[in-house]
Design a protein around this ligand. Structure first.
Ligand code: FAD
Length: 501
């Protein structure tokens, strides 16, 4: 790898992960530093699921210089303000994990402290009543957040729900226009240096040979480079996240487009509903140890809201992660790096973090041992944090109506999660989660939604009269009403955007 010549980066795989990586590399790094080649195979195709995202994707698109309206039109995207969880703690329960805060600080303390005290006194509504994005979901409203941080309407974020088959082609155009080269073909043999173990060259089935300095494995669950060639191993987390199969099925749209994703718990897993502009994405994620494929398929069909648009498509996976995300001169990104199931729409986000982190640590010379260690430690932390957050949804349940729920309710969970849950139960504190993907409001939404309510609140609130706290809650509700009164409904917002060139 010469320091003067640009690094030859070879991305294998042209799904969402591969084209996100290629587009980011050529957009962010100068052509004097990188030369990007992407190999993909139309014969193999892409997984074609992965429609719900997190707000951070907006930042990714912005960094690449992508125009939001162009992106929304090209991917038939809708806007997403959070995820509604139905039947998780108990059958009949429902809560929203919103992209935004609950209330505002009261007496300099997090809102939920005052809310906990007022709730104990029977003088507070459900926590969702104090969240702008939760109320927007219920009323089907959408607008971009206000820019003025003093405006209550600035206190939320939003993400997208898009057609999983359209984001990669959209990014491909972007990447090719900025100098990425695409090669059609199937990687057949991976040649490694016998001394260092680094990947040197890929031979394609049609005889093409591709040399590179650095390789991105974006080949999906196959892990053609990271696993089949480098054998790094996989850390299996199925004992904590036992869902291992999914059936995906698009259906016709029915009714207004909700600005949120829905996850409805069932006998041995959950159903997703993701509204797009032109259709609805549906699927059943389930654990094959607890339900057979035919019953899982029937459950999905029985709960479909519109007519099916295709045959049900089965998928298999094992929750977990590669033991090393970056090994030798190969970084595994997207499903090749690991998969934690789609409950909180985290996969594309973890892909984004992986790409950003690699670019931050982009090796300046041939010895990148420290960068590699740092990268692996960072990605391990990110995966483990998401893992704990996902386990919480299953473990904090009161359901006893199936073997699956009995298993997840009583299974031992990672110590890191046990400690977090105990801290919240006892003190209402969520302050240890200032870092990582899901911050305080997210944990709060899921704790409370899963019926984990703090036993106490911050003692400093006891000096404030109840009437004054009650007044603060009422003020927040009217600020939300005011902010919402200025917003169009979601479909109108999308229709207005369609007219924007
Ligand atoms: P793939 O799309 O599988 O792409 C792999 C690429 O590698 C393809 O281009 C293929 O042709 C190529 N390839 C493979 N082998 C070779 C070879 N030998 N030679 C050349 N090319 C090769 N994520 C979210 O963020 N939100 C969601 O809501 C969500 N829902 C999901 C639901 C399910 C049931 C599943 C399974 C996943 C979901 N995901 C979700 C994850 C999401 O689908 C992926 O993160 C995303 O699509 C990226 O996939 P990928 O690019 O890693 O892999």
């Amino acid at each position: 790898m010469g320091q003067d010549a640009p690094r030859r980066i070879v991305v294998v795989g042209g799904g969402t992960a591969g084209w996100m990586a290629a587009a980011a590399l050529v957009s962010v790094l100068p052509s004097q530093r990188v030369q990007v080649t992407l190999v993909e195979s139309e014969a193999i195709g892409i997984i074609g699921v992965g429609e719900a995202t997190l707000p951070h994707l907006r930042h990714f698109n912005e960094t690449l210089g992508i125009n939001e309206a162009d992106f929304i039109k090209a991917t038939s995207a809708t806007l997403k303000l959070g995820i509604e969880f139905v039947n998780w703690a108990r059958k009949g329960d429902s809560y929203v994990h919103p992209f935004g805060d609950f209330g505002t600080e009261i007496a300099g303390l997090p809102f939920h402290q005052a809310w906990t005290r007022m709730r104990a006194a029977g003088k507070a509504r459900d926590i969702g009543a104090y969240s702008l994005p939760v109320r927007m979901c219920a009323a089907n409203r959408f607008d971009r957040p206000a820019e003025d941080p003093a405006d209550f309407a600035s206190r939320f974020g939003y993400a997208y729900q898009f057609d999983a088959t359209r984001y990669a082609p959209f990014l491909r155009q972007h990447a090719e226009a900025r100098g990425a080269t695409r090669i059609e073909g199937i990687v057949d043999t991976v040649h490694c240096d016998p001394e260092t173990g680094d990947i040197e060259r890929l031979d394609l089935k049609d005889g093409q040979e591709i040399e590179g300095d650095f390789f991105f494995d974006c080949t999906g669950f196959r892990g053609v480079l990271i696993e089949q060639a480098l054998n790094v191993g996989y850390e299996d987390w199925s004992h904590w996240l036992p869902c291992n199969r999914a059936i995906a099925l698009p259906s016709e749209k029915s009714g207004p487009t909700p600005p949120y994703t829905r996850a409805t718990a069932h006998q041995a897993g959950w159903l997703w509903r993701i509204p797009l502009q032109h259709r609805t994405g549906n699927g059943h994620v389930y654990a094959s140890d607890f339900i057979d494929d035919e019953t899982a398929r029937q459950t999905l069909l029985d709960n479909l809201e519109g007519a099916p648009l295709a045959d049900p498509r089965p998928l298999r996976f094992t929750t977990g992660r590669r033991k090393q995300f970056w090994a030798h001169n190969c970084v595994s990104i997207g499903l090749a790096g690991g998969f934690l199931e789609p409950l909180e729409s985290t996969s594309i986000h973890l892909t984004q973090i992986a790409i950003t982190q690699f670019i931050e640590l982009f090796p300046v010379d041939n010895d990148y041992t420290l960068e590699r260690e740092s990268y692996n430690a960072h990605m391990t932390r990110e995966f483990e944090r998401v893992r704990d957050f996902l386990i919480l949804h299953y473990h904090a349940t009161e359901r006893t109506d199936s073997e699956f729920w009995n298993y997840v309710r009583t299974m031992p969970v990672p110590d890191s999660l046990t400690e977090k849950m105990a801290l919240f139960r006892q003190t209402g504190r969520v302050g240890r989660y200032q870092q990582g993907l899901f911050l305080e409001p997210s944990w709060l939404a899921v704790y409370l939604g899963q019926r984990i309510v703090p036993q106490s609140w911050d003692g400093r609130l006891d000096t404030i009269p109840e009437e004054s706290l009650g007044q603060s809650l009422t003020t927040i509700e009217s600020q939300i009403d005011q902010a919402m009164s200025r917003m169009p409904d979601h479909d109108t917002w999308l229709a207005n955007l369609a007219g924007v060139e």
